[in-house]
Design a protein around this ligand. Structure first.
Ligand SMILES: Cc1cc2nc3c(=O)[nH]c(=O)nc-3n(C[C@H](O)[C@H](O)[C@H](O)COP(=O)(O)O)c2cc1C
Length: 325
Protein backbone atom coordinates (compact mmCIF):
# COMPACT_ATOMS: atom_id res chain seq x y z
CA UNK A 1 0.00 0.00 0.00
CA UNK A 2 1.47 3.34 -1.02
CA UNK A 3 0.48 6.66 0.57
CA UNK A 4 2.21 10.06 0.73
CA UNK A 5 3.87 8.79 3.95
CA UNK A 6 5.29 5.62 2.43
CA UNK A 7 6.61 7.63 -0.53
CA UNK A 8 8.16 10.25 1.76
CA UNK A 9 9.96 7.68 3.91
CA UNK A 10 10.58 4.93 1.35
CA UNK A 11 8.70 2.25 3.33
CA UNK A 12 6.43 -0.58 2.15
CA UNK A 13 3.45 -0.13 4.52
CA UNK A 14 2.04 3.03 6.14
CA UNK A 15 2.96 1.95 9.65
CA UNK A 16 5.52 3.49 12.02
CA UNK A 17 6.70 1.80 15.21
CA UNK A 18 6.55 4.67 17.71
CA UNK A 19 9.70 5.43 19.67
CA UNK A 20 9.12 4.23 23.23
CA UNK A 21 10.93 5.25 26.40
CA UNK A 22 12.16 2.19 28.34
CA UNK A 23 11.10 -0.07 25.45
CA UNK A 24 12.62 0.65 22.02
CA UNK A 25 15.98 -0.94 21.38
CA UNK A 26 18.04 -2.13 18.44
CA UNK A 27 16.20 -5.42 17.82
CA UNK A 28 12.86 -3.65 17.37
CA UNK A 29 14.38 -1.06 15.03
CA UNK A 30 16.11 -3.72 12.92
CA UNK A 31 12.98 -5.94 12.80
CA UNK A 32 10.89 -2.98 11.61
CA UNK A 33 13.40 -2.04 8.90
CA UNK A 34 13.54 -5.64 7.71
CA UNK A 35 9.72 -5.79 7.60
CA UNK A 36 9.62 -2.75 5.31
CA UNK A 37 8.46 -0.21 7.88
CA UNK A 38 10.35 2.09 10.24
CA UNK A 39 10.81 2.30 14.01
CA UNK A 40 12.03 5.19 16.13
CA UNK A 41 14.90 4.89 18.60
CA UNK A 42 14.97 7.25 21.60
CA UNK A 43 18.54 8.20 22.63
CA UNK A 44 17.18 8.69 26.18
CA UNK A 45 16.93 4.88 26.43
CA UNK A 46 20.73 4.77 26.58
CA UNK A 47 22.88 5.66 29.54
CA UNK A 48 25.10 7.92 27.49
CA UNK A 49 25.25 9.54 24.06
CA UNK A 50 28.23 7.30 23.26
CA UNK A 51 26.15 4.19 24.01
CA UNK A 52 23.39 5.56 21.76
CA UNK A 53 25.90 6.26 18.97
CA UNK A 54 27.25 2.71 19.28
CA UNK A 55 23.67 1.36 19.01
CA UNK A 56 23.14 3.34 15.80
CA UNK A 57 26.35 1.85 14.40
CA UNK A 58 25.12 -1.69 15.16
CA UNK A 59 21.73 -0.95 13.57
CA UNK A 60 23.45 0.29 10.42
CA UNK A 61 25.55 -2.88 10.33
CA UNK A 62 22.50 -5.16 10.71
CA UNK A 63 20.09 -3.61 8.18
CA UNK A 64 20.10 -1.42 5.11
CA UNK A 65 16.47 -0.41 5.81
CA UNK A 66 15.46 2.97 7.25
CA UNK A 67 15.36 3.87 10.95
CA UNK A 68 14.29 6.94 12.88
CA UNK A 69 15.78 8.76 15.86
CA UNK A 70 13.44 10.39 18.36
CA UNK A 71 14.68 13.68 19.81
CA UNK A 72 13.07 15.44 22.75
CA UNK A 73 13.50 19.02 21.57
CA UNK A 74 12.72 20.93 24.76
CA UNK A 75 15.13 22.66 27.13
CA UNK A 76 14.91 19.85 29.70
CA UNK A 77 16.91 17.66 27.29
CA UNK A 78 20.40 18.93 27.98
CA UNK A 79 21.92 16.16 25.84
CA UNK A 80 20.06 17.28 22.69
CA UNK A 81 23.04 18.88 20.86
CA UNK A 82 25.19 15.75 21.29
CA UNK A 83 22.31 13.39 20.47
CA UNK A 84 21.67 15.34 17.27
CA UNK A 85 25.34 15.21 16.28
CA UNK A 86 25.49 11.45 16.93
CA UNK A 87 22.35 10.87 14.86
CA UNK A 88 23.65 13.01 12.00
CA UNK A 89 27.03 11.24 12.12
CA UNK A 90 25.18 7.92 11.72
CA UNK A 91 23.38 9.33 8.66
CA UNK A 92 19.97 8.94 10.31
CA UNK A 93 17.40 9.21 7.49
CA UNK A 94 14.36 10.11 9.66
CA UNK A 95 13.90 12.14 12.84
CA UNK A 96 10.86 12.24 15.13
CA UNK A 97 10.84 15.50 17.11
CA UNK A 98 8.81 15.54 20.35
CA UNK A 99 7.80 17.95 23.10
CA UNK A 100 9.21 21.32 22.03
CA UNK A 101 10.47 23.60 19.27
CA UNK A 102 11.75 21.45 16.36
CA UNK A 103 13.23 24.28 14.26
CA UNK A 104 16.94 23.61 14.83
CA UNK A 105 16.53 19.85 14.35
CA UNK A 106 14.60 20.42 11.10
CA UNK A 107 17.26 22.79 9.78
CA UNK A 108 20.14 20.42 10.56
CA UNK A 109 18.27 17.31 9.38
CA UNK A 110 17.29 18.91 6.09
CA UNK A 111 20.88 20.00 5.49
CA UNK A 112 21.73 16.28 5.77
CA UNK A 113 18.83 15.24 3.46
CA UNK A 114 16.92 13.63 6.35
CA UNK A 115 13.16 13.89 6.94
CA UNK A 116 11.55 15.17 10.14
CA UNK A 117 8.22 14.07 11.56
CA UNK A 118 6.94 16.29 14.38
CA UNK A 119 4.74 15.04 17.23
CA UNK A 120 1.80 17.44 17.67
CA UNK A 121 -1.29 17.24 19.84
CA UNK A 122 -3.11 20.44 18.79
CA UNK A 123 -3.88 22.23 15.54
CA UNK A 124 -1.83 25.29 16.50
CA UNK A 125 1.16 23.10 17.33
CA UNK A 126 0.78 21.30 13.98
CA UNK A 127 0.64 24.52 11.97
CA UNK A 128 3.72 25.83 13.82
CA UNK A 129 5.66 22.64 13.07
CA UNK A 130 4.77 22.85 9.37
CA UNK A 131 5.85 26.51 9.24
CA UNK A 132 9.16 25.39 10.78
CA UNK A 133 9.55 22.89 7.90
CA UNK A 134 8.20 19.56 9.23
CA UNK A 135 7.94 16.92 6.49
CA UNK A 136 5.08 15.08 8.23
CA UNK A 137 3.09 15.32 11.46
CA UNK A 138 2.36 12.66 14.06
CA UNK A 139 -1.11 13.56 15.38
CA UNK A 140 -0.78 12.44 19.01
CA UNK A 141 -4.40 11.70 19.88
CA UNK A 142 -6.39 10.96 23.04
CA UNK A 143 -5.92 7.38 24.21
CA UNK A 144 -2.37 7.06 22.84
CA UNK A 145 0.34 5.32 24.82
CA UNK A 146 3.09 7.42 26.40
CA UNK A 147 2.25 11.10 26.77
CA UNK A 148 -1.22 10.96 25.27
CA UNK A 149 -2.91 13.87 23.53
CA UNK A 150 -6.29 15.21 24.63
CA UNK A 151 -8.09 15.54 21.27
CA UNK A 152 -9.71 12.47 19.70
CA UNK A 153 -8.41 11.01 16.44
CA UNK A 154 -11.81 11.79 14.89
CA UNK A 155 -11.29 15.51 15.51
CA UNK A 156 -7.51 15.99 15.37
CA UNK A 157 -6.58 13.98 12.26
CA UNK A 158 -9.08 15.54 9.80
CA UNK A 159 -8.55 19.03 11.27
CA UNK A 160 -4.83 18.75 10.60
CA UNK A 161 -5.38 17.19 7.18
CA UNK A 162 -7.60 20.16 6.22
CA UNK A 163 -4.97 22.70 7.31
CA UNK A 164 -1.60 21.31 6.28
CA UNK A 165 -0.13 19.97 3.06
CA UNK A 166 2.27 17.43 4.61
CA UNK A 167 1.29 13.81 5.42
CA UNK A 168 -0.50 13.37 8.75
CA UNK A 169 0.03 10.19 10.78
CA UNK A 170 -2.50 9.07 13.38
CA UNK A 171 -0.41 8.33 16.49
CA UNK A 172 -2.50 6.49 19.04
CA UNK A 173 -5.35 4.05 19.48
CA UNK A 174 -4.48 1.82 16.53
CA UNK A 175 -3.53 -1.83 17.02
CA UNK A 176 -5.14 -3.58 14.05
CA UNK A 177 -6.23 -3.18 10.44
CA UNK A 178 -9.57 -1.66 11.40
CA UNK A 179 -7.75 1.20 13.08
CA UNK A 180 -5.44 1.70 10.11
CA UNK A 181 -8.42 1.73 7.70
CA UNK A 182 -10.27 4.22 9.92
CA UNK A 183 -7.20 6.48 10.12
CA UNK A 184 -6.87 6.43 6.31
CA UNK A 185 -10.59 7.31 6.02
CA UNK A 186 -9.96 10.32 8.26
CA UNK A 187 -7.34 11.47 5.79
CA UNK A 188 -4.23 10.20 7.58
CA UNK A 189 -1.42 8.85 5.42
CA UNK A 190 -0.52 6.21 7.99
CA UNK A 191 -0.45 5.28 11.65
CA UNK A 192 2.14 5.22 14.39
CA UNK A 193 1.64 2.26 16.71
CA UNK A 194 3.38 1.79 20.03
CA UNK A 195 1.45 -0.50 22.37
CA UNK A 196 0.82 -3.22 19.72
CA UNK A 197 4.58 -3.52 19.15
CA UNK A 198 5.45 -3.89 22.84
CA UNK A 199 3.74 -7.28 22.53
CA UNK A 200 6.01 -8.45 19.72
CA UNK A 201 8.73 -11.08 19.92
CA UNK A 202 11.58 -8.73 18.98
CA UNK A 203 10.66 -6.18 21.65
CA UNK A 204 12.85 -6.48 24.73
CA UNK A 205 10.29 -5.12 27.21
CA UNK A 206 9.77 -7.20 30.36
CA UNK A 207 7.56 -10.28 29.98
CA UNK A 208 5.16 -8.91 32.65
CA UNK A 209 4.65 -5.70 30.60
CA UNK A 210 3.84 -7.69 27.44
CA UNK A 211 1.51 -10.05 29.33
CA UNK A 212 -0.29 -7.12 31.00
CA UNK A 213 -0.95 -5.62 27.53
CA UNK A 214 -2.22 -8.95 26.16
CA UNK A 215 -4.57 -9.30 29.16
CA UNK A 216 -5.74 -5.67 29.25
CA UNK A 217 -9.10 -4.27 28.21
CA UNK A 218 -9.42 -0.53 27.55
CA UNK A 219 -10.76 -0.26 31.15
CA UNK A 220 -7.33 -1.22 32.46
CA UNK A 221 -5.62 2.04 31.45
CA UNK A 222 -5.41 5.21 33.47
CA UNK A 223 -4.25 8.75 32.70
CA UNK A 224 -1.98 10.36 35.27
CA UNK A 225 0.74 12.99 35.66
CA UNK A 226 1.98 11.19 38.78
CA UNK A 227 4.88 9.35 37.13
CA UNK A 228 6.59 11.94 34.96
CA UNK A 229 4.85 15.27 35.58
CA UNK A 230 3.34 15.06 32.09
CA UNK A 231 -0.05 13.41 31.48
CA UNK A 232 0.58 9.84 30.36
CA UNK A 233 -1.40 6.65 29.86
CA UNK A 234 -0.46 3.68 32.11
CA UNK A 235 -1.58 0.13 32.81
CA UNK A 236 -3.39 -0.12 36.15
CA UNK A 237 -0.89 -2.45 37.81
CA UNK A 238 -0.88 -3.32 41.52
CA UNK A 239 2.27 -1.18 41.91
CA UNK A 240 0.61 1.87 40.32
CA UNK A 241 -2.45 1.37 42.56
CA UNK A 242 -0.17 1.32 45.63
CA UNK A 243 1.58 4.50 44.46
CA UNK A 244 -1.73 6.16 43.59
CA UNK A 245 -2.52 8.24 40.52
CA UNK A 246 -3.31 11.50 42.31
CA UNK A 247 -0.46 13.98 42.75
CA UNK A 248 0.69 14.30 46.39
CA UNK A 249 -0.44 17.73 47.69
CA UNK A 250 2.97 19.51 47.68
CA UNK A 251 3.61 18.44 44.08
CA UNK A 252 0.05 19.33 43.05
CA UNK A 253 0.58 22.85 44.42
CA UNK A 254 3.91 23.24 42.60
CA UNK A 255 2.30 21.99 39.36
CA UNK A 256 -0.63 24.40 39.72
CA UNK A 257 1.49 27.56 39.76
CA UNK A 258 2.72 28.74 36.36
CA UNK A 259 5.97 29.87 37.98
CA UNK A 260 6.91 26.47 39.43
CA UNK A 261 5.23 24.04 36.99
CA UNK A 262 8.08 23.86 34.44
CA UNK A 263 10.78 23.22 37.01
CA UNK A 264 8.65 20.64 38.84
CA UNK A 265 8.00 18.77 35.60
CA UNK A 266 11.69 18.82 34.81
CA UNK A 267 12.54 17.37 38.24
CA UNK A 268 9.82 14.71 37.92
CA UNK A 269 11.11 13.70 34.47
CA UNK A 270 14.63 13.32 35.85
CA UNK A 271 13.32 11.18 38.74
CA UNK A 272 11.22 9.10 36.31
CA UNK A 273 14.22 8.47 34.09
CA UNK A 274 16.13 7.14 37.14
CA UNK A 275 13.47 4.41 37.51
CA UNK A 276 13.76 3.51 33.83
CA UNK A 277 16.16 0.59 34.09
CA UNK A 278 14.06 -1.09 36.84
CA UNK A 279 10.90 -0.55 34.76
CA UNK A 280 12.60 -1.94 31.68
CA UNK A 281 13.69 -5.07 33.57
CA UNK A 282 10.18 -5.52 34.95
CA UNK A 283 11.25 -4.95 38.56
CA UNK A 284 8.85 -2.00 38.80
CA UNK A 285 5.43 -2.41 37.19
CA UNK A 286 4.98 1.25 36.18
CA UNK A 287 4.20 0.53 32.58
CA UNK A 288 2.87 2.91 29.96
CA UNK A 289 0.51 1.65 27.25
CA UNK A 290 -2.32 3.13 25.22
CA UNK A 291 -6.01 2.24 25.23
CA UNK A 292 -5.26 0.14 22.13
CA UNK A 293 -3.91 -2.46 24.60
CA UNK A 294 -7.51 -3.71 24.71
CA UNK A 295 -7.10 -4.82 21.07
CA UNK A 296 -3.87 -6.78 21.59
CA UNK A 297 -4.46 -10.46 22.32
CA UNK A 298 -1.16 -12.11 21.46
CA UNK A 299 2.60 -11.65 21.23
CA UNK A 300 3.81 -12.23 17.68
CA UNK A 301 6.82 -11.60 15.44
CA UNK A 302 6.84 -7.97 14.23
CA UNK A 303 6.57 -8.96 10.55
CA UNK A 304 3.47 -11.09 11.30
CA UNK A 305 1.82 -8.11 13.01
CA UNK A 306 2.52 -5.90 9.98
CA UNK A 307 1.18 -8.52 7.54
CA UNK A 308 -1.93 -9.07 9.64
CA UNK A 309 -2.67 -5.34 10.02
CA UNK A 310 -2.30 -4.81 6.27
CA UNK A 311 -4.52 -7.82 5.43
CA UNK A 312 -7.21 -6.67 7.88
CA UNK A 313 -7.02 -3.13 6.54
CA UNK A 314 -7.54 -4.27 2.93
CA UNK A 315 -10.46 -6.51 4.04
CA UNK A 316 -12.12 -3.69 5.99
CA UNK A 317 -11.76 -1.24 3.11
CA UNK A 318 -13.24 -3.78 0.64
CA UNK A 319 -16.13 -4.49 3.04
CA UNK A 320 -16.82 -0.77 3.50
CA UNK A 321 -17.25 -0.44 -0.26
CA UNK A 322 -19.92 -3.18 -0.36
CA UNK A 323 -21.73 -1.65 2.65
CA UNK A 324 -22.28 1.65 0.89
CA UNK A 325 -23.31 0.18 -2.45
C1 LIG B 1 5.82 2.84 26.79
C2 LIG B 1 5.71 3.98 25.83
C3 LIG B 1 6.73 4.91 25.78
C4 LIG B 1 6.67 5.96 24.84
N1 LIG B 1 7.73 6.84 24.76
C5 LIG B 1 7.76 7.76 23.78
C6 LIG B 1 8.92 8.56 23.59
O1 LIG B 1 9.91 8.45 24.30
N2 LIG B 1 8.90 9.47 22.58
C7 LIG B 1 7.81 9.62 21.75
O2 LIG B 1 7.84 10.46 20.84
N3 LIG B 1 6.70 8.86 21.92
C8 LIG B 1 6.65 7.94 22.89
N4 LIG B 1 5.56 7.12 23.02
C9 LIG B 1 4.45 7.23 22.06
C10 LIG B 1 4.60 6.22 20.91
O3 LIG B 1 5.72 6.54 20.11
C11 LIG B 1 3.33 6.16 20.01
O4 LIG B 1 3.09 7.41 19.43
C12 LIG B 1 2.12 5.73 20.82
O5 LIG B 1 2.43 4.58 21.57
C13 LIG B 1 0.93 5.45 19.90
O6 LIG B 1 -0.17 5.06 20.65
P1 LIG B 1 -0.55 3.51 20.92
O7 LIG B 1 0.27 3.09 22.08
O8 LIG B 1 -2.01 3.52 21.18
O9 LIG B 1 -0.19 2.72 19.69
C14 LIG B 1 5.57 6.08 23.97
C15 LIG B 1 4.53 5.13 24.06
C16 LIG B 1 4.60 4.09 24.96
C17 LIG B 1 3.49 3.07 25.00
Amino acid sequence: MQTPLTRLLGIRAPILVGPMTAVSEENLVVAAAEAGIVAGLPPHNYESVDAFAAALGRIRARTSGPFAVNLIVNRANVRLPRQLEAALDAKTPIFVASLGDPEEVIRRAHAANAKVICDVSTLAHGERAVRAGADALNAVVAGAGGHAGHITAFALVPSLVDRVKVPVVCAGGVADGRGLAAALMLGASGVQMGTRFIACNECEAARGWKDAIVRATPDDLVLTERLSGVMGSYLKTAELSRMGTAMPLPLALLMRSKRTRGLTQKAMLVLASRKMSEIRKGERALWSAGQSAGLVHDTLPLATIVERVMRECHDVLAKAETLTR
